[in-house]
Write a protein that binds this ligand. Structure first.
Ligand code: GLN
Length: 494
């Protein structure tokens, strides 16, 4: 059933109403698809029993109670750094390999109370540190667009979520986005990746990477589906004091959206070294298409963009160093059997439990936080972060302002695993996030939209960014782009 890779939420609900499909049969099909595609390694844990129970409830609401919920019978995957009660949550790390949380993340409970059915927990880079989904103790995730011998990375760190959605194992998936981890794999796997405004969606139960930047992200095949999922998960949460206090008004996507009033900026500084010519050409073509749609498109400047990567890595490592301190072998997670001293227990547990990416971030983070370095690195990075954020404020609210910005998402199509996994290329991980990290620094929303296939027949995607809480505008512009470019689903392209 190839349609699995293109079905939208609306189409599935229509099929349920017409009884061409039922929630239980659809859940079975998705589980089968997940198993068929097992070699891609998208899932760490398949949650068959949970999905089946949830689908029975949905079926009852559809056909007996006749009172359906917005996501009834809609299959989802959760990145394995979101806590799910009684379901193992590993962060793809030896440290949490057997960790079973006693509570649910708010995003997950909201999805379930909207009727969604959980197919499984998806693969990631250990503790969401990476841009490839290559550093997981469960092995790397493969890109479904090229899974031959010379296979390509899925992007990361939410690569498992992106592969699950693009192969049709689920309709939507939740990722996390600290520096691009939802948009990057969405871009490389040819699906939509939405990073909402910081604080719009609760982080409660998302195992933290960088608290001041983390946000749950949404991966779907269409813009409308992303909006529908956002409408179910957004809003204040008393369990997360960083969520917005005001109620969230659901957003709507309108095919008659008036583009003639929209001003779109093309930031000069996003033309960075190392960006593929194909990416630049695609960027220019879409800017032209938007002009044809009567939007006004002009060049703008975000002068501090080039320091963003350095600032991100300092702040990331400082917050990582403090976040990872909780894994000490005493309270939960791995504990080695070192019995000489408490210090030895800490050291051996943390040495065995974390991979070298995590350990090196802890190490450098602690260095930046030393009393003698604190002003020089952490405080300076905070000041620069504010300047990056002010650049966005100037283009969105200053004189001659624009409504949103159009940029590439990644610098190239999906890299080959053998290139990306070599040491040299792992250092490049941060470089691949060049276009995505600034939005996390400023807390603004951004969405990645698949545009066309590259000469390697791999997805190329672009990103729209807008001011805080501009999701409705962003997704309406994104929907127009989606309608014009008509990107093929995985099976249609095969
Ligand atoms: N690649 C970035 C990092 O490793 C982003 C990760 C993320 O968004 N979770 O920090």
């Amino acid at each position: 059933m190839n349609k699995l890779t293109s079905y939208t939420l609306k189409e599935i609900h229509k099929a349920y109403r017409e009884k061409l499909l039922t929630p239980t049969s659809f859940v079975d099909l998705c589980l089968q698809r997940a198993k068929q595609k097992r070699e891609l390694n998208a899932f760490i844990t398949l949650t068959e029993d949970v999905a089946e129970d949830q689908s029975v409830e949905s079926e009852k609401r559809f056909y007996i109670d006749k009172q359906t919920k917005p996501l009834d019978g809609i299959t989802i995957a959760m990145k394995d750094n979101f806590c799910t009660k009684n379901i193992r949550t590993t962060c793809a790390s030896k440290m949490l390999k057997n960790f079973v949380p006693a509570y649910d993340a708010t995003v997950y409970s909201k999805l379930v109370s909207s009727g969604a059915c959980l197919i499984g927990k998806s693969n990631l880079d250990e503790f969401a540190m990476g841009a490839g989904t290559i550093d997981s103790i469960f092995g790397p995730t493969r890109n479904p667009w090229s899974d031959g011998e010379d296979w390509r990375i899925a992007g990361g760190s939410s690569g498992g979520s992106a592969v699950a959605v693009s192969t049709g194992a689920c309709v939507a998936a939740i990722g996390s986005d600290t520096g691009g981890s939802t948009r990057n794999p969405a871009a490389l796997c040819g699906i939509v990746g939405l990073k909402p405004t910081y604080g719009l969606v609760s982080r409660y139960g998302l195992i933290p990477l960088v608290n001041s930047m983390d946000v749950p992200g949404i991966l779907t095949r269409t813009i409308e589906d992303a909006a529908n999922i956002l409408n179910c998960v957004a809003g204040p949460d008393e369990l997360d004091s960083t969520t917005m206090k005001q109620d969230f008004s659901p957003i709507s996507i309108n095919d008659d959206f008036d583009m003639s009033k929209i001003k779109i900026g093309i930031p000069n500084e996003y033309h960075c070294q190392g960006m593929d010519q194909e990416v630049i050409d695609t960027w220019r073509q879409v800017a032209d298409l938007l002009e044809n749609e009567k939007a006004s498109v002009k060049t703008v400047s975000l002068p501090n963009t080039s320091v963003s990567i350095a600032v991100y890595s300092i702040l990331n490592q400082c917050e990582v160093a403090s976040n990872m301190a909780r894994y000490d072998g005493l309270e939960y997670g791995l504990r080695t059997d070192a019995d000489y001293s408490t210090e030895e227990l800490y050291a051996t547990t943390r040495c065995e439990g974390f991979n070298n990416v995590v350990r090196s971030r802890i190490f450098t983070g602690n260095y930046f936080l030393l009393t003698r370095n604190y002003e020089k690195y952490f405080v300076k990075a905070l000041k620069l972060r504010r300047m990056i954020s002010n650049d966005f404020n100037n283009v969105f609210y200053g004189t001659d302002s624009v409504h949103c910005l159009l940029t590439p998402t990644t610098l190239s199509d999906a890299p080959l695993y053998k290139d990306f996994s070599s040491k040299h290329n792992r250092d490049q991980c941060a470089f691949q996030d060049y276009c995505t990290q600034p939005a996390n620094m400023a807390g603004i929303p951004a969405v990645s939209i698949p545009i066309r296939l590259s000469k390697n027949k791999l997805p190329l995607s672009l990103q729209l960014m807008g001011p805080c809480l501009s999701e409705e505008l962003l997704l309406n512009v994104a929907r127009r782009i989606e309608n014009i470019v008509n990107f093929p689903s995985l099976d249609k392209a095969e």
